[in-house]
Design a protein around this ligand. Structure first.
Ligand code: COA
Length: 260
């Protein structure tokens, strides 16, 4: 896999993806978004990939936002198209992937960068990370799902305050309000993300995919999440992994799941 603005490596079924535009604080320009769309589709479709860790190159930023230099000159229609295609092809594609994504936030996660982290299933922050949605300072609001996902994660009052003030918050505060799952030292960030993903990877892959689908359904207005859960639960009974999981429990041995 060759990407213009990403570095990737597959180790022990984990795909490590590093956004590699450190000189622009990994800002999401068109090329980077296109690379990310491709890598998300690759990760979702490739059996050897059991999960993804997403981080930013350099010591300063995860992603400092959408690339502001590409905003000038956009018409209303262009802007709608940008947000709509970005949301469906990248941000929703991550959230709805059958594979778990962990954002390893190694510095600034601002605007589209925080939106990218929030589309992931788990967020882990280095203790020097700074998080925020500063779009109103540009006369904008978030357009890649930030108003929705931040509200889902931290509640409306806190989300509105962050969006309206454009404040950047510390990793510790982000953990306190439920925006990130863990805060660790910068040099332990990737190891912590791998530890969490390795634990998930011991479990049955189809059950993990079902858990992603059912937890996402909480926020889908046109579906009944309880029904999604019932169907996803029932579908697990058709899998070989379910038989293996029960046999392993009864035989007092670790399960060896095949994702079938
Ligand atoms: N889009 C485009 N370029 C960006 C960028 C973005 N979102 N964020 C940073 N950059 C570029 C800077 O223009 C600069 O490029 P240059 O060296 O060619 O001038 C480079 O990245 C380094 O950033 P700089 O601002 O010099 O670093 P800093 O340490 O002084 O400040 C930030 C860091 C994150 C506070 C500052 O870069 C910033 O406010 N970025 C924009 C954040 C934002 O509003 N994001 C939401 C976008 S919708």
């Amino acid at each position: 896999m060759q990407y213009q603005n990403l570095l990737t490596k597959l180790v022990d079924n984990i795909l490590y993806v590093t956004i590699n535009r450190a000189e622009k604080l990994n800002a999401l320009n068109k090329q980077t978004i296109s690379d990310l769309v491709d890598v998300v589709s690759y990760a979702t479709d490739t059996k050897e990939v059991r999960g993804v860790i997403l981080t930013g190159a350099g010591e300063k930023a995860f992603v400092a936002g959408a690339d502001i230099s590409e905003f000038s000159g956009l018409s209303r229609e262009d802007a709608e198209q940008l947000a709509r295609t970005g949301q469906s092809m990248l941000f929703n594609a991550i959230e709805n992937s059958t594979k778990p994504f962990i954002a390893a936030i190694n510095g600034f996660a601002l605007g589209g960068g925080l939106e990218l982290a929030m589309a992931c299933h788990i967020r882990i922050a280095a203790n020097n990370a700074r998080l925020g949605l500063p779009e109103v300072t540009l006369g904008l609001i978030p357009g890649y799902g930030g108003t929705q996902r931040l509200t889902q994660l931290v509640g409306k009052g806190r989300a509105f305050e962050l969006i309206a003030t454009a404040d950047m918050i510390s990793a510790e505060k982000a953990e306190r309000i439920g925006l990130v799952n863990y805060v660790v030292a910068a040099d332990e960030l990737i190891a912590k993300a791998a530890e969490v993903l390795n634990k998930i990877n011991l479990r049955a892959p189809l059950a993990i995919a079902a858990a992603i689908k059912a937890t996402n359904a909480v926020f889908e207005h046109n579906v009944n999440g309880y029904d999604v859960e019932i169907n996803a639960f029932a579908d697990c009974f058709k899998t070989s992994d379910f038989k293996e999981g029960v046999s392993a429990f009864l035989e007092k041995r670790p399960a060896n799941f095949q994702g079938k």
